[in-house]
Design a protein around this ligand. Structure first.
Ligand SMILES: O=C(O)CCC(=O)C(=O)O
Length: 196
């Protein structure tokens, strides 16, 4: 049931639902985790998890992964499976894929402004899983992000590197409730020193 939203000049973005799974327990667990570790960053709450030493550097700041709680490890398995079966990992490098997970929490009125995920340290596709309140994901070739798709509880969005290098994207305020978004990235940088 994949629906291809973009397939243009090498940019590919797909959205689908995660069928037959309520994810209510996982949503509660993720909220607890977020509220233990979250920091306010660019208008929404963020915390970072993943494999040992994985560091996603953006806006001049390190975002070093904490060890993954089990619930995040199981979503990572799901992200890997979906990316693999939908053909996004054909030329995947032989390194630990999706070694970095960004947990975004959006409370009422919080949103994320238009940006690109084009840091040179990122490799391959990015998978994004949404839980809780729905919100619009907006994208486009400039900061206006004129195309939108509603991301609902259990939706998964996969974009290839070309998409995230070339398209701006933003997330609107959640509609009626709290929204959790998990973003799975593969980063080249690994550091073993303390967080900054
Ligand atoms: O919340 C979303 O759906 C998008 C998150 C995102 O673009 C990001 O964290 O870079």
């Amino acid at each position: 049931m994949y629906s291809t939203l973009i397939n243009h000049n090498g940019s590919v973005l797909k959205r689908t639902g995660l069928l037959f799974h309520p994810f209510d327990k996982q949503f509660g667990d993720l909220l607890d985790i977020s509220r233990e570790y979250r920091e306010l960053e660019f208008g929404r709450y963020t915390s970072f998890f993943g494999l040992d030493g994985a560091n996603y550097k953006y806006s001049g700041k390190n975002h070093l992964a904490r060890p993954m709680p089990l619930v995040l490890s199981s979503f990572r398995d799901l992200a890997l499976e979906r990316a693999y079966y939908s053909g996004f990992l054909k030329n995947a490098p032989l390194i630990d894929l999706f070694n970095h997970i960004l947990l975004n929490e959006y409370e009422e009125g919080q949103k994320l402004n238009a940006h690109k995920d084009d840091e040179p340290d990122l490799i391959g596709p990015i998978v994004s899983i949404s839980l809780g309140a729905p919100a619009n994901f907006n994208y486009g070739v400039n900061r206006n992000c004129t195309t939108s798709t509603l991301l609902e509880h259990g939706d998964i969005l996969i974009g290839n590197k070309h998409f995230f290098d070339n398209y701006y994207h933003s997330a609107s305020e959640p509609q009626d409730g709290v929204r959790i978004n998990l973003t799975f990235r593969t980063v080249k940088d690994t550091i073993s020193s303390k967080r900054s």
